[in-house]
Write a protein that binds this ligand. Structure first.
Ligand code: 3PY
Ligand code: MG
Length: 255
């Protein structure tokens, strides 16, 4: 397999991810063909389920790429399960405490780092690791556990969350961050209330050698995030990309 996004991120390179809420392998194929280096299948707010993850991993494999899954809040069993299906990384939303981070890392990593249960038959089929012991010895490094920081409580606990063994990166949810930092008054993803926090999270994550990751709707926000050091950046969503493309085409014919 070509150098994939996990190796790129670990070697310090920037990666752009598509964001997929429409549960179809065809959508993953379209996004990867358009140039996204990987795609996040969203099981939290998007409509992916276990069977669509299974199909989408195969679509990505066909294009020699691997995928990320965002699990629903607190579903640690789903984290392990999607790794078993061949996902390369899992994003866990609303990691607010060290206990949350430890439970997530335990589901994601084999001992001695965590307590992931053995059963990666499908992951081995779609990977280069066909030998069980080789898979066991490489999986912890070859998959990413990415904890979402989206609340004041999470920010207060950030250093302790970053110190949890097995947590590879931090993913900022700028929408929820803006909701919690305005006490429910507004959604303003890169607004004045949260921009300093967004910059600070990247600096603290990089300081301990972990990977700063973020979601951005707009290219200018993605560029700003990159200037802070964010390496894995999701740019818009599948439905957002379709709406934007449709609006542009329609406006070209004066509609
Ligand atoms: C947020 O911005 O809150 C997210 O969860 C991004 O998807
Ligand atoms: Mg969120």
């Amino acid at each position: 397999m070509a150098l994939d996004f996990v190796s790129e991120l670990k070697s310090g390179k920037e990666v752009i991810a598509g964001w997929c809420g429409i549960p179809s392998g065809l959508m993953v194929e379209a996004l990867l063909n358009a140039g996204y280096q990987t795609v996040t299948l969203d099981m939290q707010h998007g409509f992916h389920d276990i069977s669509s993850v299974l199909t989408c991993v195969a679509s990505a494999k066909m294009l020699d790429q691997r995928l990320i899954v965002r699990i629903p809040v607190g579903e640690w069993g789903t984290a392990s399960r999607t790794l078993d299906m061949g996902a390369a990384a899992v994003i866990a939303p609303m990691i607010n405490t060290v206990d949350d981070a430890q439970a997530f890392a335990a589901a994601m990593k084999y001992p001695p780092v965590g307590a992931r249960s053995w059963g990666p038959g499908r992951a081995m089929l779609v990977s280069d690791q066909k030998n069980q012991n080789t898979y066991l010895s490489t999986a912890n490094d070859d998959t990413l556990a990415i904890a979402m920081i989206e609340t004041r409580e999470a920010l207060d606990n950030l250093d302790a969350i970053l110190a949890v063994p097995g947590i590879d990166g931090i993913f900022v949810g700028p929408s929820d961050l803006s909701v919690t930092f305005s006490d429910g008054a507004e959604i303003n993803q890169f607004g004045d209330r949260s921009i300093g926090v967004i910059e600070d999270i990247a600096a603290r994550t990089m300081a301990v050698g972990k990977i700063p990751c973020i979601f951005a709707i707009l290219p200018e926000h993605l560029k700003l995030a990159r200037s802070f050091g964010y390496r894995l950046c999701a740019l818009n969503t599948d439905s957002g990309v379709i709406a934007r493309g449709a609006a542009e085409l329609l406006s070209e014919i004066g509609e």
